[in-house]
Design a protein around this ligand. Structure first.
Ligand SMILES: *Cc1c(COP(=O)(O)O)cnc(C)c1O
Length: 383
């Protein structure tokens, strides 16, 4: 699992603290090393951490100390960043779907960088955040992503060109394009495909008097769950080669917006087995019900999209395993975590056993409902 010394630190924490309910613990040193590894892989990129992946104040503060910028999706995230002393110049409002009142508030708070992907949003920004830097999100292929972000966001490159031309007339500062190749993107080649799609537009707009200074290549860098994903160095290399190929010596300033890569493998959840049962006496597959499920932090198990490694606390390495269906505790049949994918857990597993769900630092606490069926939201400690 490649968690090595991380396990020791988090193991010690769980050994010294017991929780009645599922609990996520984040290793801040792992967050920091992920950040610095990404910078080493892509030294020319400016990193905007995607706050939505995990907005724990201690994570944001640690990243701030390392020089990170921040990409936010809402006024609440903007205020959180500002409250931690992150300067407004280090924050972008990257959601392409913003309420008018939120744009006004963000502008009052000093935010001067906004994403858009439509004419109406552009007009809103021109009116409510006059003179700001804006970048247009384009639609790109998300094949290879385990959690795609396609077709809801972005517009065609042709439309992007028209809107960027218009933006200058509206008194805004068009700085560039953005795209996102999909979250947990397992193919390093998808950034090259996206660059192939958009590079002509930079040249084209330059000929028309608009020089775009920046290119936002989004997030999508993966956490190593079960499957073998390429290393961050391989992503860095693929992106660097793609930039060289499509822009040569005239590469714009590069922004990346990692979320999952920064925090995913820095977190482990400890949860509890509530029940182990069978539907028929002879069934080989047992149902294992946990006190955490789709509604209490593991929303990315929908369609079994993200497959977190699961281990049981205190079992010897040679414990005999058997197949299981893993499910959450709520009275909703959507609340099944893994049924098709073949998870194996010890044959002597029983209620009360503690389990660890690994690499759960990203998109867990924030996806947890505030109390569906009365189950509490996922709590978190940073160490
Ligand atoms: C969610 C999101 C990200 C982060 O994506 P990851 O796959 O977690 O790296 C970055 N940018 C935007 C605009 C997003 O919506």
């Amino acid at each position: 699992m490649g968690t090595g010394s991380l396990m020791t630190k988090l193991d010690t924490f769980f050994a010294q603290n017991s929780f009645e309910e599922p609990h996520l613990v984040i290793d801040l040193d792992k967050v920091a090393s992920n950040f610095t590894n990404l910078i080493s892989a892509l030294p020319k990129a400016t990193v905007y951490y995607a706050v939505k992946a995990n907005p724990e104040p201690q994570i944001l503060s640690r990243l701030k100390d390392l020089g990170s910028y921040f990409d936010t999706a809402s006024i609440t995230e903007i205020k959180l960043c500002l409250s931690l002393g992150i300067p407004a110049e280090y924050i972008s409002f990257g959601n392409t779907i913003k309420k008018q009142g939120d744009i006004s508030q963000a502008f009052e708070l000093g935010i001067r960088s906004y994403a858009f992907d439509s004419e109406e949003e552009l007009q809103k920004i021109a009116r409510l955040a006059p003179g700001s830097d804006i970048y247009c999100r384009v639609l790109v292929d998300c094949a290879g992503a385990d959690w795609p972000l396609n077709h809801k966001f972005g517009c065609s490159t042709t439309m992007a060109k028209e809107l960027l031309l218009k933006s200058a007339d509206l008194g805004l500062q068009p700085i560039g394009l953005s795209f996102h190749v999909g979250s947990q993107q397992t193919q390093t080649s998808q950034w090259d495909n996206a660059l192939h799609q958009i590079q002509g537009l930079y040249k084209n707009l330059k000929e028309q008097g608009i020089e775009l200074s920046t290119l936002n290549m989004g997030g999508g860098f993966p956490t190593a769950y079960n499957a073998n994903v390429p290393s961050i160095a391989q992503y860095g290399e693929a992106l660097t080669i793609a930039l060289e190929k499509h822009f040569g010596a005239n590469s714009p300033r590069i922004i990346i917006e990692p979320g999952r890569y920064i925090v995913g493998d820095a977190g482990v959840i400890e949860a509890e087995v509530i029940l182990v049962s069978r539907k028929n006496a002879g069934d080989e597959k047992r149902w294992v019900y946990l006190d955490i499920g789709i509604f209490s932090g593991l929303a990315e198990c929908l369609d079994e999209a993200i497959k977190y490694p699961v281990t049981v606390v205190g079992k010897e390495a040679d414990t005999k395993l058997g197949p299981v269906i893993l499910a959450g505790p709520s009275c909703d049949s959507v609340d099944i975590l893994y049924e098709k994918f073949n998870y194996q857990l010890p044959l002597d597993l029983k209620s009360g056993d503690k389990i660890r769900i690994h690499a759960t630092g990203a998109y867990t606490t924030t996806y947890s409902s505030i109390g569906f069926n009365g189950f509490p939201p996922l709590s978190c400690s940073c160490i």
